[in-house]
Design a protein around this ligand. Structure first.
Ligand code: ZN
Length: 416
Protein backbone atom coordinates (compact mmCIF):
# COMPACT_ATOMS: atom_id res chain seq x y z
CA UNK A 1 0.00 0.00 0.00
CA UNK A 2 2.71 2.46 0.98
CA UNK A 3 4.46 2.44 -2.42
CA UNK A 4 1.27 3.12 -4.36
CA UNK A 5 0.18 5.84 -1.99
CA UNK A 6 3.63 7.41 -2.11
CA UNK A 7 3.47 7.58 -5.90
CA UNK A 8 0.02 9.20 -5.79
CA UNK A 9 1.12 11.63 -3.12
CA UNK A 10 4.31 12.55 -4.94
CA UNK A 11 2.16 13.70 -7.85
CA UNK A 12 0.43 16.22 -5.60
CA UNK A 13 3.66 17.79 -4.32
CA UNK A 14 3.94 20.11 -7.28
CA UNK A 15 0.56 21.70 -6.59
CA UNK A 16 0.15 24.96 -4.71
CA UNK A 17 -2.75 25.70 -2.35
CA UNK A 18 -4.07 28.79 -0.62
CA UNK A 19 -2.48 28.38 2.78
CA UNK A 20 -4.07 28.32 6.21
CA UNK A 21 -1.22 29.34 8.49
CA UNK A 22 2.45 30.25 8.63
CA UNK A 23 3.18 26.52 8.82
CA UNK A 24 1.73 26.29 5.32
CA UNK A 25 3.61 26.09 2.09
CA UNK A 26 5.91 23.38 3.36
CA UNK A 27 6.47 20.19 1.45
CA UNK A 28 5.35 17.11 3.30
CA UNK A 29 7.06 13.81 2.68
CA UNK A 30 4.43 11.55 1.10
CA UNK A 31 5.49 8.61 3.30
CA UNK A 32 5.04 10.80 6.38
CA UNK A 33 1.58 11.92 5.17
CA UNK A 34 0.63 8.29 4.57
CA UNK A 35 1.83 7.33 8.07
CA UNK A 36 -0.22 10.12 9.68
CA UNK A 37 -3.27 9.22 7.57
CA UNK A 38 -2.97 5.59 8.66
CA UNK A 39 -2.99 6.62 12.36
CA UNK A 40 -6.26 8.58 12.04
CA UNK A 41 -9.83 7.35 12.37
CA UNK A 42 -10.98 8.06 8.80
CA UNK A 43 -14.73 8.22 8.15
CA UNK A 44 -16.78 9.45 5.17
CA UNK A 45 -20.33 10.62 5.90
CA UNK A 46 -21.88 9.67 2.56
CA UNK A 47 -21.10 6.25 1.09
CA UNK A 48 -23.67 5.35 -1.58
CA UNK A 49 -21.99 1.94 -1.91
CA UNK A 50 -25.04 -0.05 -0.67
CA UNK A 51 -26.53 0.58 -4.14
CA UNK A 52 -23.91 -1.94 -5.36
CA UNK A 53 -24.69 -4.65 -2.81
CA UNK A 54 -27.43 -6.21 -4.94
CA UNK A 55 -25.47 -5.88 -8.19
CA UNK A 56 -25.15 -9.29 -9.82
CA UNK A 57 -21.70 -10.78 -9.16
CA UNK A 58 -20.47 -7.75 -7.17
CA UNK A 59 -18.79 -8.33 -3.79
CA UNK A 60 -17.46 -5.76 -1.32
CA UNK A 61 -14.47 -8.10 -0.72
CA UNK A 62 -13.24 -7.93 -4.34
CA UNK A 63 -10.76 -5.37 -5.65
CA UNK A 64 -12.74 -3.52 -8.33
CA UNK A 65 -11.53 -0.67 -10.46
CA UNK A 66 -13.37 2.53 -11.23
CA UNK A 67 -12.54 2.23 -14.94
CA UNK A 68 -13.82 -1.33 -15.15
CA UNK A 69 -17.10 -1.04 -13.27
CA UNK A 70 -17.47 2.56 -12.00
CA UNK A 71 -17.49 1.46 -8.35
CA UNK A 72 -15.35 3.39 -5.85
CA UNK A 73 -15.52 1.61 -2.51
CA UNK A 74 -14.64 -1.98 -1.58
CA UNK A 75 -12.63 -3.59 1.22
CA UNK A 76 -9.27 -3.69 -0.65
CA UNK A 77 -9.56 -0.03 -1.68
CA UNK A 78 -10.71 1.00 1.81
CA UNK A 79 -7.55 -0.60 3.17
CA UNK A 80 -5.37 1.04 0.54
CA UNK A 81 -6.89 4.46 1.18
CA UNK A 82 -6.99 4.09 4.96
CA UNK A 83 -10.79 4.50 5.05
CA UNK A 84 -12.09 3.03 8.31
CA UNK A 85 -15.74 3.34 7.32
CA UNK A 86 -18.52 5.85 7.53
CA UNK A 87 -22.22 6.30 6.93
CA UNK A 88 -23.60 3.77 4.44
CA UNK A 89 -26.63 5.24 2.76
CA UNK A 90 -30.19 4.07 2.27
CA UNK A 91 -30.84 6.21 -0.81
CA UNK A 92 -34.31 6.46 -2.32
CA UNK A 93 -35.00 8.37 -5.53
CA UNK A 94 -38.00 10.65 -5.08
CA UNK A 95 -40.98 8.95 -6.73
CA UNK A 96 -44.65 9.83 -6.93
CA UNK A 97 -46.15 11.06 -3.68
CA UNK A 98 -49.26 8.91 -3.96
CA UNK A 99 -50.24 6.17 -1.50
CA UNK A 100 -48.82 3.63 -3.98
CA UNK A 101 -45.62 5.65 -4.56
CA UNK A 102 -45.15 6.01 -0.81
CA UNK A 103 -45.52 2.26 -0.35
CA UNK A 104 -42.90 1.67 -3.05
CA UNK A 105 -40.52 4.05 -1.24
CA UNK A 106 -41.27 2.30 2.07
CA UNK A 107 -40.45 -1.12 0.60
CA UNK A 108 -37.31 0.16 -1.13
CA UNK A 109 -35.99 1.69 2.11
CA UNK A 110 -36.56 -1.50 4.09
CA UNK A 111 -34.91 -3.62 1.38
CA UNK A 112 -31.80 -1.39 1.32
CA UNK A 113 -31.62 -1.42 5.13
CA UNK A 114 -31.68 -5.22 5.07
CA UNK A 115 -29.00 -5.32 2.33
CA UNK A 116 -26.65 -3.23 4.46
CA UNK A 117 -27.23 -5.42 7.50
CA UNK A 118 -26.78 -8.56 5.37
CA UNK A 119 -23.45 -7.29 4.02
CA UNK A 120 -22.20 -6.74 7.58
CA UNK A 121 -23.57 -10.10 8.75
CA UNK A 122 -21.88 -11.89 5.84
CA UNK A 123 -18.41 -10.49 6.68
CA UNK A 124 -18.22 -10.13 10.49
CA UNK A 125 -14.41 -10.40 10.42
CA UNK A 126 -14.18 -7.24 8.26
CA UNK A 127 -17.25 -5.07 8.98
CA UNK A 128 -19.31 -4.18 12.05
CA UNK A 129 -22.46 -2.16 12.54
CA UNK A 130 -21.83 0.96 14.64
CA UNK A 131 -24.65 2.24 16.82
CA UNK A 132 -22.73 4.90 18.76
CA UNK A 133 -19.65 7.10 18.55
CA UNK A 134 -17.89 4.77 21.01
CA UNK A 135 -18.68 1.80 18.75
CA UNK A 136 -16.88 3.47 15.84
CA UNK A 137 -13.70 3.97 17.90
CA UNK A 138 -13.77 0.39 19.19
CA UNK A 139 -14.50 -1.18 15.76
CA UNK A 140 -11.74 0.75 14.00
CA UNK A 141 -9.26 -0.07 16.81
CA UNK A 142 -10.06 -3.76 16.23
CA UNK A 143 -9.04 -3.35 12.58
CA UNK A 144 -12.58 -3.68 11.23
CA UNK A 145 -14.58 -1.28 9.05
CA UNK A 146 -17.21 0.92 10.66
CA UNK A 147 -20.74 0.72 9.26
CA UNK A 148 -23.07 3.48 10.41
CA UNK A 149 -26.40 3.53 8.56
CA UNK A 150 -27.88 6.76 7.19
CA UNK A 151 -30.87 7.68 5.06
CA UNK A 152 -30.84 10.05 2.07
CA UNK A 153 -34.40 11.21 1.40
CA UNK A 154 -36.96 10.49 4.13
CA UNK A 155 -39.56 9.33 1.58
CA UNK A 156 -39.49 5.71 2.89
CA UNK A 157 -41.11 7.19 6.02
CA UNK A 158 -43.85 9.10 4.17
CA UNK A 159 -46.48 6.37 4.46
CA UNK A 160 -45.78 5.97 8.19
CA UNK A 161 -43.35 8.33 9.97
CA UNK A 162 -43.43 6.11 13.08
CA UNK A 163 -41.23 3.69 11.09
CA UNK A 164 -38.34 5.92 12.20
CA UNK A 165 -38.40 4.14 15.57
CA UNK A 166 -37.93 0.77 13.84
CA UNK A 167 -35.17 2.16 11.62
CA UNK A 168 -33.41 3.48 14.71
CA UNK A 169 -33.70 0.09 16.43
CA UNK A 170 -32.16 -1.48 13.31
CA UNK A 171 -29.23 0.94 13.25
CA UNK A 172 -30.19 4.24 11.56
CA UNK A 173 -28.10 7.10 12.99
CA UNK A 174 -28.35 9.88 10.34
CA UNK A 175 -31.37 11.20 8.46
CA UNK A 176 -31.44 13.46 5.38
CA UNK A 177 -34.82 15.06 4.69
CA UNK A 178 -34.99 15.21 0.88
CA UNK A 179 -33.26 14.31 -2.36
CA UNK A 180 -33.62 16.32 -5.60
CA UNK A 181 -37.41 16.67 -5.36
CA UNK A 182 -39.71 18.01 -2.65
CA UNK A 183 -41.33 15.38 -0.45
CA UNK A 184 -43.94 15.20 2.30
CA UNK A 185 -41.38 16.39 4.88
CA UNK A 186 -39.90 19.43 3.18
CA UNK A 187 -38.45 21.25 0.18
CA UNK A 188 -35.47 20.21 -1.90
CA UNK A 189 -32.63 22.53 -2.94
CA UNK A 190 -33.44 21.66 -6.56
CA UNK A 191 -37.20 22.37 -6.62
CA UNK A 192 -39.56 25.35 -6.34
CA UNK A 193 -40.65 25.80 -2.70
CA UNK A 194 -43.78 23.96 -1.72
CA UNK A 195 -43.66 24.11 2.08
CA UNK A 196 -41.35 27.11 2.60
CA UNK A 197 -38.99 24.80 4.41
CA UNK A 198 -40.18 21.89 6.51
CA UNK A 199 -43.79 20.67 6.37
CA UNK A 200 -45.63 20.04 9.67
CA UNK A 201 -44.73 16.35 9.24
CA UNK A 202 -41.09 17.39 8.68
CA UNK A 203 -41.05 19.39 11.92
CA UNK A 204 -42.48 16.41 13.80
CA UNK A 205 -39.77 14.22 12.22
CA UNK A 206 -37.06 16.57 13.54
CA UNK A 207 -38.37 16.21 17.11
CA UNK A 208 -38.56 12.45 16.69
CA UNK A 209 -34.99 12.24 15.34
CA UNK A 210 -33.79 14.26 18.37
CA UNK A 211 -35.70 11.96 20.72
CA UNK A 212 -34.05 8.89 19.16
CA UNK A 213 -30.53 10.34 18.89
CA UNK A 214 -30.45 10.37 15.07
CA UNK A 215 -28.26 13.11 13.51
CA UNK A 216 -30.16 15.39 11.09
CA UNK A 217 -28.60 15.99 7.67
CA UNK A 218 -29.49 19.06 5.57
CA UNK A 219 -27.68 18.05 2.35
CA UNK A 220 -30.08 18.22 -0.65
CA UNK A 221 -32.60 20.24 1.38
CA UNK A 222 -33.52 23.85 0.56
CA UNK A 223 -31.88 26.76 2.38
CA UNK A 224 -35.09 27.31 4.37
CA UNK A 225 -35.10 23.66 5.49
CA UNK A 226 -31.47 24.16 6.57
CA UNK A 227 -32.45 27.27 8.56
CA UNK A 228 -35.37 25.52 10.22
CA UNK A 229 -33.37 22.39 11.05
CA UNK A 230 -30.75 24.61 12.65
CA UNK A 231 -33.41 26.40 14.68
CA UNK A 232 -35.55 23.40 15.66
CA UNK A 233 -33.01 20.65 16.28
CA UNK A 234 -31.85 20.36 19.89
CA UNK A 235 -28.68 18.63 18.69
CA UNK A 236 -26.15 20.02 16.17
CA UNK A 237 -26.93 19.13 12.55
CA UNK A 238 -24.67 18.19 9.64
CA UNK A 239 -24.37 18.55 5.91
CA UNK A 240 -23.25 15.04 4.92
CA UNK A 241 -22.12 15.91 1.36
CA UNK A 242 -22.21 19.59 0.37
CA UNK A 243 -19.79 22.05 -1.26
CA UNK A 244 -19.34 25.84 -1.32
CA UNK A 245 -21.47 28.50 -3.03
CA UNK A 246 -18.64 31.02 -2.68
CA UNK A 247 -16.37 28.82 -4.81
CA UNK A 248 -19.07 27.75 -7.28
CA UNK A 249 -22.65 28.93 -6.88
CA UNK A 250 -25.09 26.05 -7.27
CA UNK A 251 -28.44 25.25 -5.58
CA UNK A 252 -26.84 22.13 -4.00
CA UNK A 253 -24.02 24.20 -2.44
CA UNK A 254 -24.15 26.39 0.66
CA UNK A 255 -23.21 30.01 1.33
CA UNK A 256 -20.63 31.20 3.85
CA UNK A 257 -23.15 32.86 6.15
CA UNK A 258 -25.01 29.58 6.62
CA UNK A 259 -21.72 27.69 7.09
CA UNK A 260 -20.85 30.14 9.93
CA UNK A 261 -24.24 29.62 11.61
CA UNK A 262 -23.87 25.83 11.27
CA UNK A 263 -20.46 25.99 12.97
CA UNK A 264 -21.75 28.37 15.69
CA UNK A 265 -24.31 25.70 16.63
CA UNK A 266 -21.69 22.96 16.74
CA UNK A 267 -22.54 21.40 13.36
CA UNK A 268 -20.26 19.98 10.69
CA UNK A 269 -20.18 20.38 6.89
CA UNK A 270 -18.71 17.39 5.02
CA UNK A 271 -17.31 18.49 1.68
CA UNK A 272 -18.67 16.82 -1.46
CA UNK A 273 -16.57 15.74 -4.47
CA UNK A 274 -19.47 15.64 -6.94
CA UNK A 275 -18.04 17.24 -10.14
CA UNK A 276 -21.25 19.07 -11.12
CA UNK A 277 -21.22 20.92 -7.78
CA UNK A 278 -17.52 21.84 -7.93
CA UNK A 279 -17.27 23.52 -11.35
CA UNK A 280 -19.65 24.69 -14.12
CA UNK A 281 -20.49 21.57 -16.06
CA UNK A 282 -23.53 22.07 -18.26
CA UNK A 283 -24.56 19.05 -20.29
CA UNK A 284 -25.39 19.87 -23.94
CA UNK A 285 -28.83 18.76 -25.19
CA UNK A 286 -27.06 16.41 -27.64
CA UNK A 287 -25.13 14.73 -24.85
CA UNK A 288 -28.20 14.44 -22.67
CA UNK A 289 -30.10 12.81 -25.53
CA UNK A 290 -27.28 10.32 -26.12
CA UNK A 291 -27.03 9.47 -22.40
CA UNK A 292 -30.83 9.06 -22.10
CA UNK A 293 -30.80 6.77 -25.10
CA UNK A 294 -27.95 4.70 -23.58
CA UNK A 295 -29.84 4.36 -20.32
CA UNK A 296 -33.04 3.40 -22.14
CA UNK A 297 -31.18 0.58 -23.90
CA UNK A 298 -29.21 -0.80 -20.94
CA UNK A 299 -31.59 0.03 -18.12
CA UNK A 300 -30.46 0.72 -14.57
CA UNK A 301 -26.65 0.48 -14.45
CA UNK A 302 -26.70 -1.10 -11.00
CA UNK A 303 -28.80 -4.00 -12.32
CA UNK A 304 -26.58 -4.80 -15.33
CA UNK A 305 -25.27 -8.37 -15.54
CA UNK A 306 -21.44 -8.34 -15.36
CA UNK A 307 -21.07 -9.42 -19.02
CA UNK A 308 -22.89 -6.27 -20.19
CA UNK A 309 -20.87 -3.81 -18.12
CA UNK A 310 -17.96 -3.60 -20.58
CA UNK A 311 -20.28 -2.93 -23.54
CA UNK A 312 -22.09 -0.25 -21.56
CA UNK A 313 -18.82 1.44 -20.57
CA UNK A 314 -17.52 1.33 -24.18
CA UNK A 315 -20.60 3.15 -25.41
CA UNK A 316 -20.44 5.63 -22.56
CA UNK A 317 -16.79 6.38 -23.35
CA UNK A 318 -17.79 7.02 -26.97
CA UNK A 319 -20.40 9.55 -25.80
CA UNK A 320 -17.78 11.19 -23.55
CA UNK A 321 -15.40 11.47 -26.50
CA UNK A 322 -18.06 12.91 -28.78
CA UNK A 323 -19.65 15.33 -26.30
CA UNK A 324 -16.94 15.96 -23.68
CA UNK A 325 -17.87 17.39 -20.28
CA UNK A 326 -15.57 19.70 -18.30
CA UNK A 327 -13.56 17.52 -15.88
CA UNK A 328 -13.34 18.51 -12.22
CA UNK A 329 -9.92 17.86 -10.68
CA UNK A 330 -8.36 17.26 -7.27
CA UNK A 331 -7.40 20.97 -7.25
CA UNK A 332 -11.09 21.92 -7.73
CA UNK A 333 -12.03 19.71 -4.78
CA UNK A 334 -9.30 21.21 -2.60
CA UNK A 335 -10.46 24.74 -3.46
CA UNK A 336 -13.88 23.94 -1.96
CA UNK A 337 -12.42 22.09 1.04
CA UNK A 338 -9.87 24.81 1.89
CA UNK A 339 -12.41 27.61 1.51
CA UNK A 340 -14.91 25.84 3.76
CA UNK A 341 -12.13 25.19 6.30
CA UNK A 342 -11.31 28.92 6.33
CA UNK A 343 -14.97 29.81 6.93
CA UNK A 344 -16.00 27.09 9.41
CA UNK A 345 -12.72 26.20 11.10
CA UNK A 346 -11.28 22.67 11.29
CA UNK A 347 -13.63 21.61 14.10
CA UNK A 348 -16.65 21.99 11.83
CA UNK A 349 -15.51 20.37 8.59
CA UNK A 350 -15.44 16.75 7.46
CA UNK A 351 -15.36 14.68 4.29
CA UNK A 352 -18.43 13.30 2.48
CA UNK A 353 -17.27 12.79 -1.08
CA UNK A 354 -20.41 11.08 -2.49
CA UNK A 355 -18.56 7.85 -3.33
CA UNK A 356 -20.65 5.56 -5.54
CA UNK A 357 -23.20 8.36 -5.79
CA UNK A 358 -21.52 10.39 -8.53
CA UNK A 359 -18.61 11.81 -6.50
CA UNK A 360 -14.93 11.63 -7.43
CA UNK A 361 -12.70 13.84 -9.59
CA UNK A 362 -9.51 13.48 -11.63
CA UNK A 363 -6.80 12.58 -9.13
CA UNK A 364 -9.35 11.38 -6.56
CA UNK A 365 -11.17 8.66 -8.48
CA UNK A 366 -11.92 6.32 -5.62
CA UNK A 367 -11.26 5.89 -1.90
CA UNK A 368 -7.76 4.48 -2.46
CA UNK A 369 -6.64 8.09 -3.14
CA UNK A 370 -7.80 9.54 0.21
CA UNK A 371 -4.25 10.03 1.61
CA UNK A 372 -3.84 12.75 -1.04
CA UNK A 373 -6.33 14.88 0.92
CA UNK A 374 -4.32 14.38 4.12
CA UNK A 375 -1.11 15.37 2.35
CA UNK A 376 -2.70 18.50 0.83
CA UNK A 377 -4.14 19.55 4.21
CA UNK A 378 -0.78 19.05 5.94
CA UNK A 379 0.87 21.15 3.23
CA UNK A 380 -1.79 23.82 3.76
CA UNK A 381 -0.69 24.02 7.39
CA UNK A 382 -3.32 21.93 9.18
CA UNK A 383 -2.05 19.92 12.14
CA UNK A 384 -2.44 16.23 12.86
CA UNK A 385 -5.05 17.16 15.49
CA UNK A 386 -6.99 19.18 12.87
CA UNK A 387 -6.82 16.17 10.55
CA UNK A 388 -8.07 13.86 13.30
CA UNK A 389 -11.06 16.18 13.76
CA UNK A 390 -11.75 16.53 10.03
CA UNK A 391 -11.49 12.82 9.24
CA UNK A 392 -13.71 11.57 12.08
CA UNK A 393 -13.51 13.45 15.38
CA UNK A 394 -16.03 16.10 14.36
CA UNK A 395 -18.79 13.73 13.23
CA UNK A 396 -18.29 11.58 16.34
CA UNK A 397 -18.63 14.71 18.51
CA UNK A 398 -21.96 15.53 16.81
CA UNK A 399 -23.11 11.94 17.24
CA UNK A 400 -22.29 12.08 20.96
CA UNK A 401 -24.26 15.32 21.29
CA UNK A 402 -27.23 13.69 19.54
CA UNK A 403 -26.93 10.76 21.97
CA UNK A 404 -26.90 13.21 24.93
CA UNK A 405 -29.97 15.09 23.64
CA UNK A 406 -31.82 11.76 23.32
CA UNK A 407 -30.90 10.88 26.91
CA UNK A 408 -32.08 14.30 28.14
CA UNK A 409 -35.37 14.00 26.28
CA UNK A 410 -35.95 10.53 27.76
CA UNK A 411 -35.36 11.99 31.22
CA UNK A 412 -37.73 14.90 30.55
CA UNK A 413 -40.41 12.47 29.33
CA UNK A 414 -40.30 10.52 32.57
CA UNK A 415 -40.34 13.76 34.60
CA UNK A 416 -36.75 13.18 35.78
ZN1 ZN B 1 -26.73 12.99 -2.63
Amino acid sequence: MKAVVAATLAASLALAWPYASEAAGKKVDPQEAARIHERLLVLDTHLDTPANFARPGWSILDDHSHERDLSQVDLPRMRKGGLDGGFWVIYTGQGERTPEGNRRARDHGLKRLVEIREMVAAHPQHFELALSADDAVRIAAAGKRVVFISMENASPLASDPTLLTAYHALGLRMLGITHIGNNDFGDSANSAPEWNGLSPAGKALVAEANRLGIVLDASHASDLVFDQLLELSRAPIVLSHTSSDAVYEHPRNIDDERIRRLAAKGGVIHVNAYPGYLIPREESPERKRAMDELEARFGDYEKLPPEQVAAYLRERDAIDARYPLAQATFEDYMRHLLHILEVAGPEHVGIGADWDGGGGVQGLEDVSALPRITQALLEAGYSEQDLANIWGGNILRVLRQAEQVAAQMAEEATGG
